[in-house]
Design a protein around this ligand. Structure first.
Ligand SMILES: *Cc1c(COP(=O)(O)O)cnc(C)c1O
Length: 394
């Protein structure tokens, strides 16, 4: 079946009791047994829930994996993946991963005798050079947040296979509509369902999709043991969101392409980062490993003052963390999503004080361009505050 068909139907047979076309929200904690030693296969809702199972079957199909496990947040999904490690293991991580992934490693997992190396995975030679006998996992996110550079998924997969390490890809930015890491050789795919999969900015959740049954089994063990499950209602919301994923992603990208072309011609914009622009240094890789370029753009306005003048003068684009919703969201990476990354580390990974990240929504693109134009006019008027990005302790 095609992607849009699977998005609507995979894992979602009409409810056997009533024929309900929409998978019901099974709001229950437990299930009555038919007799001692006889159950219908459902025992306790931390372990298994029909609404969650429907979502898991659906997302496994969309990512071309064998099993999916849904978690209470994207970070709970990432934490479940890292829970597959043992003391003494070494992990290579993209230096531009989601700020929360960096915080999880730096603030918590470092205490558990697992060794992490953060590096620039745009160059596979760095990945190869960092791999040690103890390397059990390579964790990448591509495109990289928020600089929109790429990592070669198939190239990483080949390196991992040689060394017996798992390749994990956080595919949140692209969604399975544009990019499927498993056919490229990845072992596990992670999503924050909070973003494009749910798509309506009204649920927080995460998923891990496994390419192999044994990893799926282990992840289910971790899911039921640690208990960070997605609720029945959130599972239902994501199922509902995914039905329109194909339509939404087409619109996100169509508008993103137009906006990227617009931004490239704005004098106040120093640099536009969008893999769909032929000027993007990895445009060829983007075309090779994905079916499209997605709806995320970042651009540099030069400094914190310019970024503030710009952002403070927008009315339609919402100044907010997060991405992937139907509404356009815009953020200042240094003071928002990457506030927990130390300033010197931010500079090293290209998160400059003038960098603005745009998650293009599905509104009329003319309205979005008009709104952005108001921001640029404010920068031009020189209503520029001074100073640098404030740091936030989290
Ligand atoms: C948001 C996000 C996460 C974390 O997901 P939550 O649902 O917020 O916990 C992880 N990775 C990426 C790329 C994200 O954008």
């Amino acid at each position: 079946m095609g992607f849009a068909t699977d998005a609507v139907h995979a894992g979602q047979k009409p409810d056997p009791t009533t024929g309900s076309v929409s998978v019901p929200i099974y709001q229950t904690s437990t299930y009555e047994m038919e007799g001692l030693g006889e159950s219908k296969g459902w025992n306790y809702a931390r372990t298994i829930n029909p609404t969650r199972t429907a979502l898991e079957l659906n997302l496994a199909a969309l990512e071309q994996g064998v099993r999916a496990l849904a978690f209470a947040s994207g970070m709970a999904a990432v934490n479940a993946v890292f829970s597959m490690l043992k003391a003494g293991d070494h992990v290579v991580v993209s230096q531009n991963v989601y700020g929360g992934t960096f915080r999880l490693v730096d603030g918590i997992l470092k205490n558990f005798a697992v060794d992490f190396t953060f590096l620039d995975t745009t160059d596979l030679r760095n990945v190869e050079a960092a791999m040690k006998p103890a390397t059990r996992m390579v964790f990448i996110e591509t495109p990289h947040n928020p600089v929109m550079t790429l990592t070669d998924i198939a190239g990483c997969a080949a390196l991992c296979r040689k060394r017996g390490a798992r390749l994990v890809v956080d595919n949140t930015f692209m969604s399975p509509y544009w990019q499927n890491p498993i056919p490229l050789g990845a072992d596990l795919v992670v999503h924050s369902t909070t973003k494009y999969l749910n798509g309506h900015s009204d649920s927080v959740g995460g998923v891990v999709v496994a390419a192999r049954e044994e990893d799926g089994e282990r992840l289910h063990f971790i899911q039921k043991s640690a208990g960070a499950i997605l609720s029945p209602f959130d599972s239902w919301l994501v199922l509902r969101g995914v039905k329109t994923l194909a339509l939404r992603m087409e619109r996100h990208e169509e508008s993103a392409r137009k906006i990227a072309a617009f931004l490239a011609a704005v004098p106040q914009v120093r640099k536009v980062n969008y893999p769909g622009l032929p000027s993007h240094p990895q445009h060829a890789l983007a075309k090779k490993q994905a079916r499209g370029f997605g709806g995320m753009i970042s651009f540099d306005l030069g400094g914190y003052g310019e970024a503030k003048a710009f952002l403070d003068n927008l009315t339609l684009c919402a100044l907010a963390e997060s991405l992937g919703g139907v509404e356009t969201l815009i953020s200042h990476s240094a003071s928002m999503t990457h506030a927990s990354v130390p300033p010197e580390e931010r500079r090293r990974i290209g998160v400059t004080d003038g960098l603005v990240r745009l998650s293009v929504g599905i509104e009329d693109v003319e309205d979005l361009i008009e709104d952005l134009s108001k921001g640029f006019a404010a920068v031009e008027r020189g209503s520029v505050a001074t100073g640098s990005a404030p740091s936030r302790r989290t």
